[in-house]
Design a protein around this ligand. Structure first.
Ligand code: ADP
Length: 434
């Protein structure tokens, strides 16, 4: 029946009841009493139905149907029952979906951890227990930075954005190497995925060891060859002039091989650890002053104008030797690639974002398409120009590595034909301001 049918039926029943009461009143002569008794009985019946409904709602078993009701009450009981069944079925379906998602994430080899906006643990899968040592249920609600106590992790977590993953040893097993990737979702909550990258890390380590060992092994024979060549060239007067030029070229190429091996060994050393071994305040202004003098010597009769502006009040925490090699690579590149009498400007300054070192030159510039790949090993814009300048192709790779170890980053901007600017940015925690 529709709503309207029910309304009609209720009115009809009430009219019937009132007419019956009036009839009884007509027969007995007591209209008021008959009407009151009839309506009282009706009210009592209504209350009784309401009590049955209330009793069933409170005490029924999940599958128990509602009590049998008459008329409109029967309809109300049935509607409530259907609503409940529909609700149960929807809940069952949702529970099945949740169970499936939980089962599949539990079966994942990667750890999945859900954190609230403050970084407190809300949920994690089984792999998180073995990889990170999380304990169910004790660790629930704990702050993730209390459980993964690595300074780099804390720093990574406190960043606003996490475009790159972070690699660290596992907090429960030093031999495991883990890769952390944080993603924000919802109202600032975090989803943390942790992968075991031990195997990739070992392969990478083997590659690094191989390069380091080969470079090291090649050094001794090369030193011997270079030594003999030098002795031979020292006695150039006794030599057949036909051999002189060949020997000079051999010595020059030998020298290039030696710088190449030195750069490879330096890169291997930089890659071996995440941090520089010393973390002392470095007076960048003095360092740049001595690099400027070396650059002037390198420029020699090419007459570059090398200017230097520094802020002596900002020191940089780190390894002086590493920073010297990074900064001098940038300055020497500027000297190498800028034509005679060109201008080179070195600046070291600070602002609210941190401190910055820039090396600008008035050289040939670099096409935009090369910029993203410039810090790759052996990447050269123009190999003939680079080999002519005696470059190894490793200079900017070394710069990038040194900066990474000092929490810095390299920014390169250039306009073809007008010059290039290489800027190193260092964040506040890496600085000491006077
Ligand atoms: P290289 O030892 O060959 O100089 P780098 O890694 O230092 O290797 O530099 C990579 C390439 O970037 C160089 O071959 C050169 O083409 C380009 N480059 C670097 N610095 C400059 C600069 N100041 N001006 C123009 N090109 C540059």
């Amino acid at each position: 029946m529709t709503n309207q049918d029910w309304r009609g039926a209720v009115i009809r029943n009430l009219l019937l009841l009132v007419s019956a009461c009036l009839l009884v009143g007509l027969l007995s002569g007591e209209y008021a009493w008959a009407l009151a008794a009839g309506l009282g009985a009706y009210l009592g019946w209504m209350l009784w139905q309401l009590l049955r409904l209330q009793h069933w709602l409170k005490h029924h078993q999940p599958e128990e149907p509602p009590p049998h009701g008459y008329g409109l009450w029967g309809e109300v009981f049935d509607s409530i029952y259907h609503l409940q069944r529909r609700d149960q079925r929807a809940r069952g379906r949702l529970q099945a979906v949740i169970d499936r998602i939980q089962e599949s994430t539990a079966a994942l080899k990667d750890a999945v951890v859900m954190l609230d906006a403050d970084g407190n643990l809300e949920w994690w899968n089984r792999a998180a227990e073995s990889l990170l040592g999380l304990k169910t249920p004790q660790d629930s609600g704990q702050s993730v930075t209390n459980l993964i106590r690595h300074p780099r992790f804390k720093e990574y977590f406190e960043q606003n954005q996490h475009p790159d993953p972070l690699e660290l040893p596992s907090p429960v097993n030093d031999r495991l190497r883990l890769q952390f990737q944080l993603t924000r979702y919802g109202n600032g909550e975090h989803l943390m995925l942790v992968r075991d990258v031990t195997r990739v890390h070992q392969l990478e380590q083997m590659r690094k060891d191989f390069v380091a060992n080969v470079s090291h092994e090649l050094r001794t024979p090369l030193t011997v060859i270079a030594g003999y060549l030098e002795t031979l060239l020292d006695n150039a007067d006794d030599l057949n002039p036909r051999w002189l030029r060949a020997l000079q070229q051999m010595q020059q190429q030998g020298g290039r091989m030696q710088t190449l091996l030195n750069d490879l060994l330096l890169l291997a050393k930089l890659e071996a650890t995440d941090y520089p071994s010393d973390n002392l305040p470095v007076a960048v202004d003095l360092l740049l002053l001595s690099i400027q003098a070396d650059a002037q010597a390198l420029s020699a009769n090419r007459h570059h104008k090398i200017s230097l502006e520094t802020d002596f009040s900002i020191k940089l925490k780190g390894s002086e030797a590493e920073l010297r090699s990074a900064f001098s690579n940038l300055v020497f590149n500027a000297v190498k690639y800028t034509p005679n009498e060109g201008e080179i400007r070195i600046r070291w300054w600070g602002d609210e974002q941190g401190a910055h070192l820039s090396v600008s030159d008035s050289g040939p510039g670099i096409e935009a398409k090369h910029l993203p790949r410039l810090t790759e090993r052996f990447y050269r814009v123009d190999s003939s120009r680079a080999s002519h300048s005696g470059g190894t192709g490793l200079g900017l790779a070394i710069v990038k590595h040194v900066l990474l170890r000092h929490r810095g980053r390299l920014d390169i901007s250039s306009t073809l034909g007008q010059g290039s600017t290489f800027t190193c940015h260092f964040p506040e925690p890496q600085l000491l301001r006077r």
